[in-house]
Design a protein around this ligand. Structure first.
Ligand code: G1P
Length: 289
């Protein structure tokens, strides 16, 4: 049972990044010069996934275009002798097979995943949320794939967060099985700190068994009046085992403005073409204070 397909919901309106997202999908906002979604798709590819299912909405066609060929652009660049750039663009178009399905109304993350049901079929699949960027020597999704291969059950990525941040995440109540592995007993979507069962937060990487779809079908609107994926997985965990894995790596919540800036700086500092100048610039800026 290999994980071949990844569902990536991209229908969200991105209101936290207005006015930038008035006409540009938030998933295409660049971290340095690479659209955020490309890092996420790259992580899927690096974890052995061969097909991406985008759950899209109105105004999001340019996300699919980003992973398609651009012959006119390539022709112009070829004419100017920019063969390296052309190679880079081709690499993006050849990265992975892309299909898409529309989520016609913004009914929530659980509903978005349910929209991909027919394209996923009866097999376990990955879900990656593009607001979460994760830098790791072994890609976060690959870490989950390894757990799945051993357990053959659903597994979700976890990170310990400070108490004041629990209300930004789905929070897990679980039994610790080993250093990083938990068995999920329950989950609550964005609880208030006093109601949170722990500080273990769900980060946007999941491997789910196909049974999740029948549970998502029965989920009623929860937090924010939306069909929550967390509520679906919580129901699943009562019938089948669900594991949580505290992954190794650095997490950036780029759905948040500070998180977006942090990611931009961190990724720039990892780029061989930029790191020296950026480090020098940061030194001057801090020195000026
Ligand atoms: C979603 C999920 C939440 C999870 C989070 C991770 O929330 O509903 O359970 O913790 O992603 O980023 P969102 O950030 O889309 O509101």
């Amino acid at each position: 049972m290999k994980i071949k397909k990844a569902v990536i919901p991209v229908a969200g309106l991105g209101t936290r990044f207005l006015p930038a997202t008035k006409t540009v999908p938030k998933e295409l906002l660049p971290i340095v010069d690479i659209p955020a979604i490309q890092y996420v798709v790259q992580e899927a590819v690096d974890s052995g996934i061969s097909e991406v299912i985008f759950v899209t909405g109105r105004g999001k066609d340019s996300i699919e275009d980003h992973f398609d060929e651009a012959p006119e652009l390539e022709q112009v660049l070829e004419g100017r002798g920019q063969t390296e750039t052309v190679k880079n663009l081709r690499r993006i178009a050849e990265m992975i097979e892309v299909v898409s399905v529309r989520q016609k109304r913004p009914l929530g993350l659980g509903h978005a995943v349910l929209c991909a049901r027919d394209l996923v079929g009866d097999e376990p699949f990955a879900v990656l949320l593009s607001d979460d960027l994760i830098e790791a020597s072994v890609p976060c999704m690959q870490q989950l794939v390894e757990i799945f291969e051993e357990k053959k059950e659903s597994v979700i990525a976890l990170r310990r967060v400070p108490e004041q941040e629990v209300q930004k995440y789905g929070i897990v109540q679980g039994k610790q099985l080993s250093d990083r592995l938990y068995e999920v007993e329950d989950m609550v979507e964005k609880p208030r700190p006093q109601e949170a069962p722990s500080r273990m937060a769900i980060i946007g990487r999941y491997i789910l068994r196909p049974e999740i779809f029948s549970f998502l079908e029965k989920v009623t609107p929860g937090k924010g009046g939306e069909i929550q994926l967390t509520d679906g997985i919580s129901k699943l965990s009562r019938e089948k085992k669900v594991y949580g894995y505290e992954f190794e790596g650095e997490h950036y919540d780029i759905g948040d403005k500070l998180g977006f800036v942090r990611a931009t700086v961190a990724y720039a500092l990892k780029r061989t073409d930029l790191k020296e100048q950026v480090r020098e610039y940061l030194r001057t800026v801090i020195g000026e204070k």
